[in-house]
Design a binder for this molecule. Sequence first.
Ligand code: GDP
Length: 140
Amino acid sequence: MPIERTLSILKPDATRRNLTGQINARLEAAGLRIVAQKRLHLTTAQAEAFYAVHRERGFFRDLVTFMTSGPVVAQVLEGENAVARNREVMGATDPAKAAPGTIRKDFAESIEANSAHGSDSAENAAVEIGFFFAAIEIVG
Ligand code: GDP
C-alpha cells in the first residue's frame, strides 16, 4: 500500500470547542502521522482561494464566512492510503449521514460546520499541501 500525504484542516467549530486534541487522537489512532501542523486564522481572500473550486456553489459565501470565523489548524497527514484513510475517519460531509464513530458523526455541528477537511484525491492533496506548507515545514 502506498505511503501518501493528505491535507487536513480542523475547522473553526473544532477550535472553538477545544476539540483539536480529541480529533488528533482519532487521526493518530487510525494510523495517520501528523507530519506538519500550524494554527492560523484564514483571511477572506485565503479562504476564497482555498475553496475556489466551490465558487459557483450556493453555499460558497457562507462557507468562506464560516472558515474565517475563528482559527483553524492545518496539518499534513502521512500514512498508507492517507487520502482515503483520512476521509474514512472523517466520515460523510453531512454529519447526519456520517457513519458511527467518525469525526463528523461525533463532533460536527452541521453540514457546514463539520469539524474537519480532508483532500479528496492525491492530486488535490499535493495542491492543498502546497497552499499551506513549504517543503521545509513537513517533517516525516
Ligand atoms: P467535503 O469534501 O466532505 O469537505 O465536502 P465538499 O467538498 O462537498 O464541501 C466542502 C465544504 O463545504 C464541506 O466540508 C462543508 O463545510 C461545506 N458544505 C458542503 N455542502 C454544503 C451545503 O450544502 N451547505 C453548506 N452551508 N455548506 C456545505
